[in-house]
Design a protein around this ligand. Structure first.
Ligand code: EPZ
Length: 421
């Protein structure tokens, strides 16, 4: 079993290249189910989740391979199998993104219900409701959602839920509507940059989508879509994670390729904490003064503060002067990192969907356990500044969403090693 060993105290300096966005690459890979001919995707990150999506697509008749430049070539070779099985979906929630394309192109989709995970329940009722509005007959068979349709007709669809919009439900309904007869208008759509990137990819394939990036997206169905070349946007969550790494180590980092326009809520909070964040010609520079101010953070759908950076921000605020308040409005149970950070000397108190962060002078290295992908990244950040050595177990969680994180951090001066026992 691999683990990270981190000796805290190094200030991060220099430049880190930001990889392509996992949460854009995964739905766009799934969208290759919709197109005739070859799709070529550039800037697809080399992650466990991406490899998992390739396995799933392979089972669904989509061949995918990377060429020597790293570009991923995808092509539909067989449309028989439409079943995304439990053992893949239970490992990677993003598998659900094949539901819309299978339904739209093959008029049939059988996708396992994802079940719960480290950050809480992962229902897909909004996905099903949206595709039913397009004409799907749905059924639940042995834990799988089965969707079928003779005809797919455009519709007006409200996609709001108890926690606001849904990113992958929006992706599924947009993909589901691309080949429908007539117009679909989605109200309360997710506005994430990853949805914009997916829509831009689909339009390059011949789809007719407008409004992406706003709560109202309109899709006029077309006959067919043709494969195209597309470069995936940079990963704003990876970039935000490394911005916090610079801040927590009182460092001075350039994040090459980061797009500050995708990160306004993060930049706003970091500046209130006292971190200097500036646009540079290669991306974004982050420098930190010794003193960190306590702030209030509430996670919201984009453009609000992303839930995927909540744990990382909490690690930083453990060292701020005074008490910070962090409220999680998207996944109210997404606090597995609290107990682990407390093992490192943090003073965190959970009150329902809120955590009170009482600033401390220092964190102390300790053996800790990774859980969800982003909570694990938060433990890496804490280890970078903690006094002594931190050992992080179960780092396969991190490999799902961060490309070579220990190489990127070591390259900027961190003392972090990947070891096996
Ligand atoms: C996407 O997950 C991301 N994953 C998540 O990133 C991210 O945390 C999340 O959006 C929120 O930004 C991908 O894009 C692959 P949601 P998704 O549907 O689409 C509830 C990471 O670390 N909901 O926007 O699954 C849901 O329970 C991952 O990269 C329903 O109630 O999230 C949650 O409370 C983790 N019914 C809220 O909506 C539904 O049918 C938002 O979930 C769907 C969702």
């Amino acid at each position: 079993m691999q683990y990270f060993e981190i000796v805290g105290g190094s200030r991060l300096k220099g430049s880190i290249d930001i990889s392509g966005a996992k949460n854009a690459a995964l739905p766009i890979m799934a969208a290759s189910i919709l197109v005739e001919g070859e799709t070529v995707l550039r800037n697809v990150p080399d992650l466990a989740d991406v490899r998992q999506m390739q396995v799933l697509l392979g089972k669904l008749g989509v061949k995918s391979e990377r060429d020597e430049s790293g570009a991923m070539h995808l092509r539909v070779e067989d449309e028989m199998n439409c079943h995304a099985e439990y053992e893949i979906v239970s490992k990677m929630r993003a598998s659900v993104c094949v539901m819309g394309p299978l339904f739209a192109k093959r008029r049939r989709a059988q996708v396992s219900m994802p079940g719960g995970c480290a950050i809480g329940d992962r229902p897909i009722n909004m996905h099903v409701r949206g595709l039913e509005a397009l004409g799907a007959d749905s059924d639940l068979v042995n834990g799988d959602v089965l969707l079928k349709a003779k005809k797919i007709k455009g519709a007006d669809i409200f996609l709001g839920g108890p926690f606001g919009s849904s990113v992958t439900a929006t992706a599924n309904v947009v993909m589901g509507a691309t080949l429908a007869e007539g117009r679909t208008v989605i109200e309360s759509a997710a506005c994430e940059p990853e949805i914009v990137d997916l829509a831009n990819f689909l339009n390059a394939c011949g789809a007719r989508i407008v409004g992406q990036g706003t709560p109202q997206i309109t899709i006029d169905g077309v006959e067919s879509l043709k494969g195209t070349e597309h470069s995936v946007i940079p990963d704003r969550i990876e970039a935000g994670t490394f911005m916090i790494a610079a801040a927590i180590t009182n460092g001075d980092l350039e994040l090459a390729g980061a797009r500050i326009e995708h990160m306004r809520a993060i930049v706003d909070r970091l500046r209130h904490i006292g971190v200097i964040v500036e646009r540079s010609e290669k991306g974004v520079t982050v420098a930190s003064s010794r003193r960190l101010e306590a702030v209030e953070i509430t996670t919201q759908p984009y453009p609000g503060f992303p839930t995927d950076l909540q744990a990382q921000a909490m690690a930083l605020l453990c060292l701020a002067d005074g008490n910070s308040v962090i409220t999680e409005k998207i996944f109210p149970d997404r606090f597995l990192h609290v107990a682990e950070l407390n093992r490192m000397g943090a003073q965190l108190r959970k009150e329902g969907p809120t955590v009170i962060v009482q600033g401390v002078k220092r964190l102390i290295g300790a053996p800790v356990m990774a859980s969800d992908l982003r909570a694990s990244a938060a433990l890496v950040l804490a280890g970078l500044i903690a006094k002594g050595t931190t050992r992080i177990n179960r780092i396969y969680h991190i490999d799902r969403g961060y490309e070579k994180i220990e190489e990127k951090l070591s390259g900027a001066g961190a003392n972090i090693k990947r070891l096996s026992e």
